[in-house]
Design a protein around this ligand. Structure first.
Ligand SMILES: [Zn+2]
Length: 260
């Protein structure tokens, strides 16, 4: 299958078709898709190579659900990390809850994406770990699932040390077991910084892999990251305007006059 071996630097690098090919190649190489807790408890003993598919959700719940659908089509599972303290979306709105629930109903795993910037700059390790526990508890309670792992949003040098105390007793994704004991690949800022996962020696050798994919960057036609964000922003404006119209008669009159 020649097209599968094409590196993810071509024009469809971040399309759903490309993502489907990545998943298929992992399966063809014999990879099994696992969870972070499994990886922690059993450091990949056994015969099959393993991969952790991680999604940090920074912007867009519908984009996350779309990625989950691709994974379901291929028959693999992933872990979805959602933020509670962000201005970009809410898992607690009617629409947000419905999107996350669809992802969970497809068999994917619920996890917490945690933003240090929402807390004081001088927060201690224990302060942050306590906040992680609190947010993980809220997220898990809301969806009636357990939240067993945390990923830090925009990790600082302190987070990148991998210190387990930062989220204890929950593990976090920058701990040594997840970034040093396995090959870590990320599509941060809409590009594979060190080449796509299947170009890695670790893939060819069937070594454990940890792949971070942000669903916001992946679309039907792999449009540039700037255009993706511009489209996302327009959708947010529409969403807020519709909510204002549904909840505020003053705005209904104003918008009606504007349309007249
Ligand atoms: Zn993030």
């Amino acid at each position: 299958m020649q097209q599968i071996t094409t590196p993810a630097t071509d024009t469809d690098a971040f399309s759903y078709a490309s993502y489907r090919r990545l998943l298929t190649r992992l399966l063809e190489r014999g990879y099994r898709f696992g969870t972070f807790v499994e990886a922690l408890g059993n450091p990949w003993a056994g015969s099959s190579p393993r991969v952790l598919m991680r999604h940090d959700i920074d912007f867009d719940l519908p984009a996350a659900r779309r990625m989950a659908e691709v994974e379901r089509e291929v028959g693999v599972e992933a872990t979805y990390f959602f933020m509670l303290r962000t201005a970009h979306y809410s898992v607690f709105t009617k629409e947000g809850t419905a999107e996350v629930q669809k992802i969970l109903d497809m068999g994917h795993h619920l996890a917490l994406h945690f933003d240090c910037a929402a807390y004081p700059e001088d927060a201690s390790e224990e302060d942050l770990a306590s906040a992680c526990r609190k947010e993980a508890g809220m997220l898990g309670d809301w969806f009636n699932r357990s939240v067993e792992v945390v990923s830090y949003h925009r990790p600082s040098p302190v987070v990148l040390t991998g210190n387990p105390a930062l989220s204890a007793p929950l593990p976090h994704t920058y701990m040594s077991q997840f970034v040093n004991d396995m090959k870590y690949c990320s599509d941060s800022r809409g590009q594979w910084k060190y080449g796509d996962p299947t170009s890695q020696t670790a893939f060819q050798e069937g070594q454990p892999m940890h792949i971070l994919i942000h669903p916001i960057w992946w679309t039907d036609s792999a449009i540039p990251a700037e255009a993706v964000l511009a489209h996302w922003l327009r959708e947010q404006i529409d969403f807020i305007e519709n909510s204002m119209e549904a909840n505020c008669t003053v705005y209904q009159k104003k918008r009606g006059q504007g349309n007249a």
